[in-house]
Design a protein around this ligand. Structure first.
Ligand SMILES: [Zn+2]
Length: 71
C-alpha cells in the first residue's frame, strides 16, 4: 500500500519508505518535520490541513483545540 505525504498527498517513493519505514512525508516536506499538520474539518468544507510551526507551542495548542472541537 502506498504511503502518501501528509502535507501534499503525493505518494512517497518506495525507496524512501524502505529507508524510513515510518516516514509520513515526501522528501520535499521532510525538512518541516518539526512542524505539525492538523486536519481540521469545518462544517461546510470537506476538511483543511493546517500546518503550524513546531516551535510555536501556542499555535499547536490552538490547532489541537480546533481539531478536537471539529470532531
Ligand atoms: Zn509532501
Amino acid at each position: 500500500m502506498a504511503q502518501r505525504c501528509e502535507v501534499c498527498d503525493i505518494v512517497i517513493p518506495a525507496e524512501r519508505m524502505e529507508a524510513l519505514p515510518n516516514a509520513t512525508r515526501c522528501v520535499k516536506h521532510s525538512d518541516t518535520a518539526r512542524n505539525k499538520a492538523f486536519m481540521v474539518f469545518g462544517h461546510k468544507t470537506g476538511g483543511e490541513v493546517t500546518v503550524v510551526n513546531g516551535s510555536n507551542r501556542e499555535a499547536i495548542r490552538q490547532a489541537e483545540r480546533a481539531n478536537r472541537r471539529a470532531r
